[in-house]
Design a protein around this ligand. Structure first.
Ligand SMILES: Nc1ncnc2c1ncn2[C@@H]1O[C@H](COP(=O)(O)OP(=O)(O)OP(=O)(O)O)[C@@H](O)[C@H]1O
Ligand SMILES: O=C(O)C1=C[C@@H](O)[C@@H](O)[C@H](O)C1
Ligand SMILES: [Mg+2]
Length: 175
């Protein structure tokens, strides 16, 4: 089975859902942010502050091909799908699920969380711009799954059900 890539904006639930999905499907899970932190022995926030975003993006691009090529759930950082070559790689080599979530819900989810260098709780307008600019990239995927108002466990069951449908050869709608 091709790897499942979870994409979407910061706070859409990629890491949370991916971890549960891995357990549900009995597949290993690789989180690209964690992989980069291990490989380069620095926290994502440190890479941004010490080396800059461009360096972080080069790390993201270079690690994709090091990740499992099959039987895995890969939870991506929020900016992974913004790069065209990254999107192309994921679309060609795996099954890409965009976890969609309204920005207001994301603000609510991340209100106590300061770990994301690009998420500024005080700058709603800038966050809206970033969010809107990224939507077209996230939408280049195999499935769009709306996550707001859904419990993580339910989302996982929905994904598992859709994967079973596609395994059985039935046509599945993108949205
Ligand atoms: N479906 C959900 N319902 C409620 N809370 C959720 C849901 N999914 C995730 N959360 C919460 O939202 C926060 C962010 O989730 P998570 O870290 O999984 O996002 P992410 O998409 O991996 O973000 P990033 O792109 O920054 O890595 C966490 O506190 C998590 O518990
Ligand atoms: O959306 C983004 O650009 C980011 C999301 C996080 O997962 C991290 O990859 C980093 O904080 C950047
Ligand atoms: Mg994450």
């Amino acid at each position: 089975m091709k790897p499942i890539y979870l994409t979407g904006f910061m706070g859409s639930g990629k890491t949370t859902i991916g971890s549960l999905l891995g357990k549900r499907l009995n597949l290993p899970v690789v989180d690209t942010d964690h992989y980069i932190e291990e490989k380069y022995s620095r926290k994502v926030a440190e890479i941004f502050s010490l080396l800059g975003e461009e360096v972080f993006r080069s790390y993201e691009a270079s690690i994709l091909s090091e990740l499992p090529q099959q039987d895995a759930v890969i939870t991506t950082g929020g900016g992974m799908a913004v790069s065209e070559p990254n999107r192309k790689y994921m679309l060609e080599n795996g099954f890409v699920i965009f976890l969609s979530c309204p920005l207001d819900t994301i603000f609510e989810r991340l209100k106590e969380d300061e770990s994301r260098p690009l998420f500024d709780h005080e700058k709603k307008r800038e966050m809206e711009k970033l969010y809107d600019s990224r939507l077209p990239f996230y939408r280049e995927c195999h499935w769009v799954l709306e996550t707001s108002g859904e419990d993580p466990a339910n989302i996982v069951e929905k994904i598992a059900a859709r994967l079973e449908l596609s395994d059985s050869g039935q046509t599945v709608e993108k949205q």
